[in-house]
Design a protein around this ligand. Structure first.
Ligand code: SF4
Ligand code: SF4
Ligand code: FES
Length: 254
């Protein structure tokens, strides 16, 4: 999937009636049960799933729950399953679906808040604490705020930036068969963060240190390499390359 919004020349256009089948369920409401509810929306030019959901909430169903912040594919809040695939609602055009029928489900593998809203924040925080998502330096000078920042090769900075584009949307976790079977599996977003800090010359953690974090079946050895993560990452991050790299590095330690 491209990082750019793709517009399909398929004859779809403004005025078309779209049918949204949306999972409704509020676990906080006593007695509420999961059910699919259908809403009709008139397609507008350049309409995204996010715009359509807003229209449904404004004009038809004020209690509909879904998340968004940036509307520009940056905050990672609007992940949901769109016609069977995890993706960002604000980056998905309704024109992508020639049938005009769109089914929306909350991302699996996360705690459900209600309807299409899930608690990715709780998961991402636990993941960050588990892998230590910050620079670990053995250099005591690093804590001296009066000295200049350590220099870095610009090419290395570019490589780190490439992996740092993760928006923590959770699509890779929802697309991961291993994560669905093994609750403690770190998942592709965690591996991407590990790869980012492993690459950073300011982080002094050794492969032995990393082995303690990802050297088991809940880490990189549990990955089945079916690449649901790579196929569904809205930011096109290089999961296959980085998972293979981490696995090779950890095999050397073992
Ligand atoms: S790696 Fe990709 S799919 Fe996974 S959380 Fe980051 S941006 Fe989302
Ligand atoms: S390749 Fe590994 S991390 Fe990615 S979806 Fe498959 S099992 Fe999960
Ligand atoms: S609303 Fe921020 S990524 Fe979609």
């Amino acid at each position: 999937m491209s990082d750019k919004i793709q517009i399909q020349a398929n004859g779809n256009g403004p005025g078309r009636k779209l049918k949204f089948n949306i999972l409704r369920y509020n676990p906080q409401l006593a007695g509420d049960k999961p059910r699919m509810v259908t809403y009709e929306v008139e397609e507008a030019a350049g309409m995204t799933i996010f715009i359509a959901l807003n229209e449904i909430r404004e004009k038809q169903e004020p209690s509909l729950q879904f998340d968004f912040v940036c509307r520009a594919g940056i905050c990672g809040s609007c992940g949901m399953v769109i016609n069977g695939r995890p993706d960002l609602a604000c980056r998905t055009l309704t024109a992508k679906f020639p049938s005009g029928e769109i089914t929306l489900l909350p991302l699996p593998a996360f705690e459900l808040i209600g309807d299409l809203s899930v608690n990715t924040g709780k998961f991402m925080r636990a993941m960050s604490e588990r892998i230590g998502s910050w620079i670990h330096s053995s250099d005591a000078d690093n804590r001296d705020l009066t000295i200049l920042e350590e220099r870095m090769d610009p090419d290395l900075a570019d490589e780190i930036y490439e992996l740092d584009r993760c928006v923590e949307c959770g699509c890779c976790i929802s697309a991961c068969g291993t994560k669905r079977m093994r609750d403690e599996f770190l998942g592709a977003v965690g591996f991407m963060h590990v790869a980012r800090f492993h690459m950073d010359s300011r982080d002094h953690r050794s492969d032995d240190d990393w082995y303690e974090v990802i050297g088991d079946d809940d880490g990189v050895f549990g990955c089945m390499t079916l690449l649901g993560c790579e196929d569904n990452c809205p930011k096109d991050l290089p999961h296959q390359t980085q998972i293979a790299f981490l696995r090779r590095s950890m095999v050397k330690v073992a």
